[in-house]
Design a protein around this ligand. Structure first.
Ligand SMILES: C[S@@+](CC[C@H](N)C(=O)[O-])C[C@H]1O[C@@H](n2cnc3c(N)ncnc32)[C@H](O)[C@@H]1O
Length: 214
């Protein structure tokens, strides 16, 4: 497999997927941003929510457990991490689908929200663009995209820490994030009103929440 075709699994190129939840709990301050993301995604009472690159399912399960009558679908390309998601308490409230972000097995206009956390920096630039285009395709008119992923470093320390993540996850797939190009790529995929909802210092660099209208 060439560098541009590479599939980067949840815990990067060198760490086992089985340790993903523990790695994230230690490094990513998820107690701060996941609950906030759940609130923002569910604001406006969507009916159908897609978690793109759902991984071990933490966010999808939290979305499904939140008050409301929404349905949650989680899609990921790795059967091992989907197995970890299916083993969790509350997983029965989510529909789990194995599939690739750049070829989503859903009809046009199937969802009111697409949320994707920590996926895009795993994707090579052409795959990232295709995944964003697919996210737009599967959104209904008036739907919304929520992205939580790494962005341009807020300070030199964040830049140094992100260089460590680039070793683990790969350089080509993370370069657009280091350069702060993600909002522009979202707009290029046809989304309107791309908006930063805040950023957070983490062990692996500056992490940002973005929102855009489909
Ligand atoms: C760092 S994990 C993030 C998981 C989850 N969204 C979270 O917030 O914890 C990245 C996930 O993206 C998945 N992934 C990577 N490339 C993918 C692709 N091309 N299509 C679908 N999933 C992909 C991996 O299997 C992994 O589960």
């Amino acid at each position: 497999m060439t560098e541009t075709q590479r599939y980067v699994t949840a815990n990067g190129r060198f760490l086992p997927t089985s340790l993903y939840d523990r790695s994230i709990a230690i490094t990513m301050r998820e107690g701060i941003w996941r609950p906030r993301l759940v609130r923002e995604v569910l604001d406006g009472e969507p009916k159908d929510v897609l978690d793109l690159g759902c991984g071990s399912g933490t966010l999808a399960i939290a979305l499904a457990a939140a008050p409301g009558s929404h349905r949650v679908t989680g899609i990921d390309g790795d059967p091992q991490i989907l197995g970890m998601a299916r083993d969790k308490l509350g997983s029965e409230n989510v529909e789990w689908v194995e599939g690739m972000a750049d070829h989503l097995p859903f009809d046009d206009g199937s969802f009111d929200r697409v949320v994707t956390s920590l996926l895009l920096h795993h994707l090579q630039p052409p795959v990232k663009r295709a995944a964003l285009a697919e996210a737009r395709r599967v959104l209904r008119p008036g739907g919304r995209l929520h992205v939580a992923d790494f962005g341009r470093a807020q300070d030199p320390l964040m830049r140094i820490l992100f260089a460590g993540l680039q070793v683990l996850d790969g350089r080509a797939n993370t370069a657009d994030h280091a350069a702060g190009r993600l909002p522009h790529m979202i707009a290029e995929a046809g989304f309107a009103d791309v908006e930063s909802r805040g950023s957070l210092r983490t062990t692996w660099g500056s992490f940002e929440l973005l929102r855009a209208e489909g």
